[in-house]
Design a protein around this ligand. Structure first.
Ligand code: PLP
Length: 377
């Protein structure tokens, strides 16, 4: 039984709409329409990986991208059949699981290659891998100076099959005419150079891929055989110029109590807010333990009674306070409060919340904790 009124509603129709946007964008590139890999890592950016993967699979998505082997196993346990790319690689302990579950890892490390080859040999299979080169993200991927030596070593692993070749962009969302935009083009050139070397070593991967959401919108020439959108699918535009998207997540709760406070009354820890007039203050049963950041105190707005109402005082672990004095009908316990999403014709977007909290939409979406049940079809 669900007692608390707080919930995150996941609109899978919106998710499917955004997949359609991704497909339309992808086919603006050169050549045949690229495959679409949906990034569902981080519990589908906080939306619930299994629910989202099922909806996207039904809509015909081509691949799923997870960060962890465990995230891929979770999809397989739920009966998801679509190919799964483990973006983080297999690490020291993931090789057998990847082989056993029929997943495909990103490969950028000789040790991983050896462990995967051993696991594939004992299972009597050839294991598909997607090689990754670091063209400027400085995170994962074979460093360019070591690329040739890595490929020489790879030749000794007879049970690996190079199906894909990828890189990841650091600044794909940077606007045209910025140095970030130019850097993406430079990463594209480095990738092309590494691809030449790869082919020279006798490999012919059938899936070349580089584009996250930002590059999907801004760099059609780099779409290649597959694109890998994440944030765009969840309805947050990665950059200017993105076609309209539908937000997928809506976070709602209900007023726990509403009280009238006199002027000069302080609210919440540290007394960072003091009423300047007789005020009606609603307490919501949501706090930073739910993933509503403490930094939203005194800056964010919440929708109650169809109005934008300011969050006053610091956000506590389990509660936050909202000034509802200006809502025409007196706010009472049980009234709906929308933290993210729309109420009537008013909407609070994830971009707004991120700006208030001094972060990016990704972190807000991923941040809603397990304590907030995900509900929806
Ligand atoms: C390798 C890789 N590809 C694609 C994505 C999707 O990125 P975005 O959510 O910006 O589209 C990510 C996310 O960080 C990633 O790490």
């Amino acid at each position: 039984m669900r007692i608390r009124p707080t919930a995150a509603h996941v609109d899978v129709e919106a998710l499917r709409h955004n997949l359609g946007v991704a497909r339309a964008l992808a086919s603006r590139g050169t050549g045949a329409a690229p495959a679409v890999l949906a990034a569902v890592k981080g519990d589908a950016y906080g939306h619930g990986a299994v629910r989202c993967a099922r909806a996207l699979e039904a809509a015909g998505v081509d691949w799923f991208g997870v960060a962890l082997v465990e995230e891929g196993a979770q999809l397989r346990d739920a009966g998801v059949k679509t190919p799964v790319l483990c973006l983080g690689g297999v690490g020291r302990f993931g090789a057998e699981e990847v082989v056993r579950r029929g997943m495909v890892p990103v490969l950028y490390d000789e040790g991983d290659a050896e462990r995967l080859d051993t696991a594939a040999r004992s299972a009597g299979v050839r294991q598909r891998v997607h090689l990754k080169v670091d063209t400027g993200m400085g995170r994962l991927g074979v460093a360019l100076p070591h690329w040739g030596r890595f490929l020489d070593r790879l030749a000794s692993f007879g049970h690996l099959e190079v199906e894909g070749f990828m890189t990841h962009f650091a600044t794909a969302d940077a606007p045209p005419d910025s140095t970030g935009f130019a850097f993406t083009l430079e990463q594209g050139r480095r990738y092309a150079e590494a691809l030449r070397k790869l082919r020279h070593h006798g490999y012919a991967p059938r899936l070349l891929h580089t584009c996250n959401s930002g590059a999907l919108v801004q760099h059609a020439a780099l779409h290649l055989d597959m694109v890998r959108p994440g944030i765009l699918l969840y309805g947050a535009a990665p950059c200017a110029g993105c076609p309209p998207l539908k937000p997928v997540l809506k976070v709602v709760t209900q007023v726990l109590v509403a009280r009238d406070l006199p002027a000069r009354a302080s609210v919440s820890y540290n007394r960072s807010f003091t009423t300047s007039r007789p005020s009606r203050i609603a307490t919501l049963p949501v706090g930073y333990a739910d993933g509503y950041p403490r930094s939203l105190g005194n800056v964010a707005q919440v929708l109650i009674g169809g109005r934008r109402c300011p969050v006053v005082g610091v956000v506590c672990m389990d509660l936050c306070m909202v000034d509802v004095t200006d809502v025409p009908l007196p706010v009472e316990a049980g009234d709906e409060a929308v933290l993210l999403g729309c109420q009537g014709d008013q909407c609070v977007t994830v971009e707004e919340i991120a700006a208030w909290a001094g972060t990016i939409p990704y972190e807000i979406l991923c941040g809603f904790s397990e304590r907030v049940p995900r509900v929806g079809a």
